[in-house]
Write a protein that binds this ligand. Structure first.
Ligand code: IPE
Ligand code: IPE
Ligand code: MG
Length: 238
């Protein structure tokens, strides 16, 4: 496989509210347009050979938004999962969900469990929906698992923590894209992004399309990943 193509892309889908405001609509209008962007990007990932797409749908901090917005978002997630599951499954996409499920409604948890179970054996790409997700919460939950299992301190290493994250079988993201211009991580995939390449685009998420993704891939392909080491051509000169 071409290593110039990221195997796993994470996206901080930001800018829905601004997109809606520019059009004189409430944020929920932008969130709906954001779902259409997800479909475009998922399609494009399949075409371009990106195997895993992680999308940041709702953070553990997003509960602090106005109640009406939170409610509209939850309704949208539920509705979208119900509507899209058949097509996703037909296309062979495996759906996984990262986040604290216990704080979600019973019907949302049912939807999630159904989608995850139904698509579990699919092999044509992975969509990782980060819902009620926080990178810190994920690490806290991993530590709780370690303690509950009675793991001895001397047995705690990076592999022990990594294997207790929400979806430990996924590779770390190679590329993290944030839309709408903000240059921050906002608690997304803290552990997994230790060596991810970061790309911030000014494009608002509902406007993000195949061309934006291609531009991001071209940018990624031009980078040299070092992982703390020394690239071969430089090492030779020393
Ligand atoms: C991102 O869009 C979507 C979620 C956080 C659910 P925002 O709603 O944060 O958009 P802005 O930042 O207000 O433009
Ligand atoms: C990050 O966006 C969370 C999601 C995309 C779900 P936010 O809009 O919540 O992030 P901040 O508040 O600008 O850092
Ligand atoms: Mg935002």
């Amino acid at each position: 496989m071409d290593s110039q193509i990221p195997r796993h892309i994470g996206i901080i889908m930001d800018g829905n509210g601004r997109w809606a405001r520019q059009r004189g609509h409430p944020a929920s209008f932008g969130h709906r347009a954001g779902v259409r962007a997800i479909k475009r990007v998922l399609d494009a990932c399949e075409t371009l050979g990106v195997n895993v797409l992680s999308i940041y749908a709702f953070s553990t901090e997003n509960w602090s938004r106005p109640r009406a917005e939170v409610r509209a978002l939850m309704r949208l997630f539920h509705e979208t999962m119900q509507r899209e599951i058949d097509e996703m499954h037909r296309r062979g996409v495996r759906i996984v969900v990262s986040g604290r499920r216990e704080d979600l409604s019973g019907r949302m948890r049912d939807r999630i469990e159904e989608a995850v179970a139904r698509t579990a054996a699919n092999t044509n790409g992975v969509l990782n929906v980060c819902l009620n997700y926080g990178g810190r919460a994920e690490i806290v939950d991993a530590v709780r698992k370690l303690l509950a299992e009675g793991v001895a301190p001397s047995q705690v290493d990076e592999a022990a923590i990594a294997s207790r994250l929400y979806n430990p079988d996924l590779p770390d993201p190679d590329l993290i894209i944030r839309t709408a211009g903000e240059r921050r991580v906002s608690n997304f995939l803290l552990w997994q992004s230790a060596y991810s390449e970061m790309l911030v685009t000014e494009t608002l998420w509902p406007d993000f399309d195949v061309e934006d993704l291609k531009a991001a891939l071209a940018d990624y392909a031009s980078r040299v990943r070092r992982f703390g080491g020394r690239p071969k051509d430089q090492a030779a000169a020393l």
